[in-house]
Design a protein around this ligand. Structure first.
Ligand SMILES: *[C@@H]1O[C@H](CO)[C@@H](O)[C@H](O)[C@H]1NC(C)=O
Ligand SMILES: *[C@@H]1O[C@H](CO)[C@@H](O)[C@H](O)[C@H]1NC(C)=O
Length: 662
């Protein structure tokens, strides 16, 4: 810090320094925007020297990541103010292409008709950040990774088949990107710093080096699309420094680095790659994410502090990934394929919670890391500006238990589902529904009727299931229950190849076989053939290929779920098939945040007033789903549980996350 103070004083004309000392005496500091823009705006970030200058004034960027699509809109201001109150001067967000273009050529930037519409008021998020005295970094992808469904790609692009190659200059892929950027970029352009807005930096692609493609034409093409649409602020790339310039194009973009340890080595590497340029960490990982069926992850506060301090004292600019992780609402959690092959053989899906062990917990509560970040930024930031008071916490509350007294069985749900027929097996994406965009999320049921089955008939699914299957014979489940992580090795999951199952023990005629396949989230990095359902091979019974299927898309879209009317009273909980249950949560007064406790259920999704809150599974590690108050209302609220196996009688609520230990 001592070595930096003279630099700042030297660059300030003495008159200005005097003004600052006079008008911004203790307790009367300038805001971020007053400090950087009160003399008018003539330039954005410059990178011609070892530190950033914004509008001619030195700046260290202290940014924190908040994804607008992982935090309810009603809480954006709260989370942004908490960021600013800790001393950060910038917020960073990715842009989720798959949410904004939820069907091919159909866009949602708030109230656009998709189930995520309330999260998609992108301009409001950007404007709120500016109102809260923050600059904005946009990472528009188009690929974002982010442990998010398909790394942010919309699933309809898969309908183009094997000739489409994402993350390259491939023509089919670039047609989609071009159409999307021509919609997105003009919106962002209006909010750039030099146009009076908060956006000071945009990132192109994301950890592109990991692909190994080194397709410079692609990066150049993305840049050109941005420039053509009026983007003028600084463009950067972000990669692990040890990847060198593999994912970069240093002539066109400032390189930034992603890592969470060995700060000195990583920053030195970055510096050696582009001497005399500002050094910035685009992702300093404050914690880590969870996979279903594995140990809950959380980097300790000490580890977090050590590396964050090493970055700040280097000194470098840094974006903390995440400041608040938030939630993978709806069906939006991603997955990893640790084998990086196109068959996703090491498929490992992520949890609904994206708490990330970040400075703010999933519900916006302060953790130890928040106070550490606040202390360290105050210690290292050479520029003093006015900060808001630290906002009060929003305390979670208990709700009374909700009895699930209404139900609709799978058979009845399918009567209402969108359907398609196909002679051979096709993926959910290739169904001819949703205006030619196919099915993106949820479950697809493959039904075959009129079968004659001799005793001990053997079902064989060639290849792998994407991702798990429940087999029903005349509406009764005959496949094993999926309850623990070791059950993932049994029939019916992505781990089994060419798997077989005995369907019946006695001779049967006129049989209906249903194969209900669940999409657990598309891989967010490392594999791009992401079809869901049954498509890798044939389905055979006793060695004979079965053809002429009826497909049902069980998408649980809000308008569809809310329109269901054939509810019956729950008489027995031993129905051996997936069932949608419903109960009523009556709230007096203003709703509060809570957590839905699912450990007594087995596997399924929770739906609040028609909106899919997310997946749960007994295998954990998370056993609770964060339920933000903005999804609730005063009066009666519908709580629905689509349980695949064994339900509990009641839905219970707790005031913090519960994790199982593995
Ligand atoms: C993660 O660790 C931090 C710091 O030790 C702690 O404050 C926070 O509660 C933890 N979060 C979770 C979800 O375990
Ligand atoms: C699945 O099994 C088939 C036939 O035994 C084999 O050719 C294929 O490589 C296997 N696939 C995987 C992903 O193991």
């Amino acid at each position: 810090m001592l070595t930096r103070i003279p630099v700042i004083y030297m660059m300030m004309p003495s008159v200005l320094l005097l003004c600052l000392l006079v008008s911004f005496s203790l307790g009367d500091l300038p805001t971020n925007y007053e400090y950087y823009t009160s003399d008018g705006i003539s330039s954005g970030l410059s990178t011609d020297q070892p530190t950033f200058y914004l509008n001619g004034k030195e700046i260290y960027i202290y940014s924190g990541a908040i994804h607008y699509f992982r935090v309810p809109r009603a809480y954006w201001r709260d989370r942004l103010r908490k960021l600013r109150a800790a001393g950060f001067n910038t917020v960073e967000t990715y842009i989720a292409w798959n949410l904004h273009e939820y069907q091919s050529g159909v866009y949602d930037f708030g109230n656009g008709g998709s189930d995520m519409e309330d999260f998609l008021h992108l301009e409001e998020f950007i404007q709120t950040a500016q109102d809260e005295d923050l600059f904005v970094i946009i990472r528009s992808g188009p690929f974002i990774c982010a442990e998010f469904e398909f790394g942010g790609f919309p699933s309809f692009i898969l309908r183009d088949g094997q000739d489409l190659w994402v993350r390259t200059d491939n023509e089919l892929y670039m047609n989609y990107v071009t159409r999307w950027y021509n919609v997105l970029m003009p919106i962002l352009a209006q909010h750039q710093f030099t146009k009076g807005g908060p956006i000071i930096m945009l990132q192109v692609e994301n950890e592109y080096a990991i692909t190994g493609y080194k397709d410079h034409n692609y990066l150049w093409h993305l840049r050109q699309l941005m420039l053509d649409n009026g983007i003028v602020e600084l463009l950067v790339t972000a990669d692990n420094p040890w990847k060198g310039t593999d994912g970069a194009y240093p002539e066109y973009f400032l390189m930034t680095g992603n890592f969470d340890s060995d700060a000195q080595t990583n920053l030195d590497t970055l510096k050696s790659l582009q001497p005399n340029k500002p050094i910035m960490v685009m992702e300093y990982w404050s914690g880590w994410f969870d996979y279903w069926g594995q140990q809950h992850q959380n980097k300790t506060a000490d580890q977090f502090k050590e590396v964050y301090e090493a970055i700040l004292s280097y000194p470098a600019s840094v974006n903390m990934y995440m400041f608040i992780g938030g939630t993978n609402f709806y069906f939006l959690s991603g997955a990893q394929n640790l084998a990086y092959d196109d068959l996703n053989t090491k498929f490992t899906p992520m949890t609904t919670s994206y708490d990330y062990g970040a400075p703010l917990a999933e519900n916006g509560a302060y953790t130890d890391k928040y106070w550490i970040a606040q202390e360290l930024i105050a210690k290292y930031n050479p520029i003093q500006t006015k900060l808001p008071a630290v906002p009060d916490e929003i305390k979670p509350i208990y709700y009374p238990w909700v009895t699930l007294d209404k139900q609709i069985t799978l058979d009845t749900l399918l009567i209402h589902a969108l359907s398609d027929t196909s002679s051979n097996l096709i993926s959910m994406e290739n169904m001819n529904i949703n205006g030619g965009s196919g099915q993106s999320y949820g479950y697809v049921v493959y039904r075959k009727t009129g079968l004659t089955l001799s005793a001990n008939s053997v079902l064989k699914i060639e290849g792998r299931v994407c991702d798990t299957v429940i087999v029903l014979v005349n509406g009764v489940r005959v496949s094993p229950i999926l309850e623990t992580s070791s059950d993932l090795n049994n029939f019916g999951t992505w781990r089994t190849n060419d798997s077989t199952l005995i369907l019946n023990t006695v001779d049967l005629t006129d049989v209906t076989v249903d194969l209900l396949v669940e999409n657990w989230g598309r891989v967010n990095v490392g594999a791009y053939r992401q079809y869901k359902g049954l498509w890798e091979g044939n389905v055979l019974i006793n060695g004979n290929i079965i053809s002429d299927w009826t497909l049902y898309a069980l998408e649980f879209k809000k308008s569809w779920t809310n329109s269901l009317t054939d509810w019956t009273s729950v008489t027995s909980r031993d129905i051996n098939q997936p069932v949608l249950y419903k109960g009523t949560l009556s709230i007096t007064g203003t709703p509060g945040d809570s957590y839905v406790y699912m450990e007594e259920f087995t596997k399924g999704i929770v739906i609040i007033n028609g909106f899919v809150l997310g997946r749960y599974t007994k295998m954990g590690p998370q056993q609770t789903l964060y339920l933000p108050a903005p999804l609730l209302k005063e009066g009666d609220n519908d709580i629905m549980i689509f349980e695949h196996y064994q339900p509990a009688e009641q839905v219970k609520f707790v005031i913090e996350h519960v994790y199982t230990n593995h």
